[in-house]
Design a protein around this ligand. Structure first.
Ligand SMILES: NC(=O)c1ccc[n+]([C@@H]2O[C@H](COP(=O)([O-])OP(=O)(O)OC[C@H]3O[C@@H](n4cnc5c(N)ncnc54)[C@H](OP(=O)(O)O)[C@@H]3O)[C@@H](O)[C@H]2O)c1
Length: 287
């Protein structure tokens, strides 16, 4: 039996679908029914349900985007830093292994040689480097807190998307913003992401951090061209001149745009499709 925390969210729902598709028995726990953010409640839940693995897809993202986190710092800190710490301690005490949904947004840019950040690279977009959004800072804190716990997967998700139009989908976001900005980024196809996360556990690959992104970064312009070619949008996309203009006009908090290296996952035999290929596939069956 698998315990799923945060199952009501965008990522959590994708986990629910994935587990159902695989015929795996799981319990998706909602905070309103059982407040798993409280250590004693979580401990009781684990003792009662006796899961053999726990997935934490709960966290605070800010709506409609990370700027929302600047206005609700308390919940952001609770969801992204305190909660993983609570889960880690209780799981260690109850000898329960687990996986945590983290984010690639703890980096900015790429490595000095132009390659993507690897799992062992220290975050360069965090409170420690004093250049980040509140959201990214709390996600980096969450990972730092888990550093001392060896029986846990940390799955880094990055700008999720799939074929379903919706406010959390990266492709939809590009379509709906009045003006967009050119960046290079790694992305995660949401369904490939949850599949790969599950595979890390199913194959019992070593615990630790994994960049769960589609290999091959994409550019904003590249994705926009794909959207037009696929006939999903005929909008005349307007671009900000540069990041400085975007920050001045459209953003409250600094944004993470970064490339992550996906080879650790691949070395474990878990393959995700190329970034542009995954976007193309989603656009082909867009709903
Ligand atoms: N979406 C993205 O673009 C993205 C990108 C990279 C990483 N991530 C990470 O993926 C995880 C899930 O994100 P999501 O997009 O699925 O978020 P979401 O749709 O907003 O769902 C959040 C989930 O977390 C639960 N939760 C528990 N404690 C919370 C708290 N203090 N504040 C807010 N929610 C809390 C919510 O439960 P209730 O139903 O009880 O409110 C809900 O099930 C987060 O850790 C996030 O940082 C997301």
């Amino acid at each position: 039996m698998i315990l799923l925390l945060g199952g009501s969210g965008y990522v959590g729902e994708a986990f629910q679908k994935q587990l159902s598709r695989r015929g795996i028995i799981f319990a998706s726990i909602a905070r309103r029914d059982c407040d798993y953010t409280q250590p004693e409640t979580l401990r009781e839940l684990i003792r009662k349900t006796k899961p053999h693995f726990l997935i934490n897809s709960a966290g605070y993202t800010g709506k409609p985007n990370v700027d929302g986190c600047e206005l609700d710092k308390e919940n952001c800190l609770l969801g992204n830093a305190v909660l993983p710490g609570v889960i880690a301690r209780v799981c260690a005490e109850e000898k329960l292994v687990w996986g945590h949904v983290s984010s690639g947004c703890i980096y900015t840019g790429e490595r000095p040689d132009g390659s993507g950040f690897r799992e062992e690279d220290l975050p360069n977009f965090s409170f420690r480097t004093n250049n980040c959004s509140f959201y990214s800072g709390t996600k980096a804190m969450g990972e730092e807190l888990l550093g001392g716990y060896p029986d846990c997967y940390i799955w880094r998700l990055r700008m999720p998307f799939n074929e379903i139009d919706g406010p959390r989908n990266y492709i939809t976001k590009l379509m709906r913003y009045d003006k967009i900005v050119e960046f290079t980024n790694s992305l995660s196809h949401l369904d490939e992401f949850v599949n790969a996360c599950w595979e890390t556990w199913e194959r019992r690959v070593p615990f630790g951090i994994y960049n769960v992104v589609n290999p091959g970064p994409v550019t904003t312009k590249g994705v926009v061209e794909q959207m037009i070619k696929a006939g999903v949008s005929n909008k005349n996309f307007q671009f900000f001149k540069d990041e400085a203009e975007f920050m001045k006009v459209a953003a409250k908090a600094p944004r993470s745009n970064c490339v992550l290296d996906a080879s650790k996952l691949l070395k474990c035999g878990i393959k995700m499709s190329d970034g542009y290929e995954a976007v193309e596939r989603a656009l082909k069956i867009w709903v």
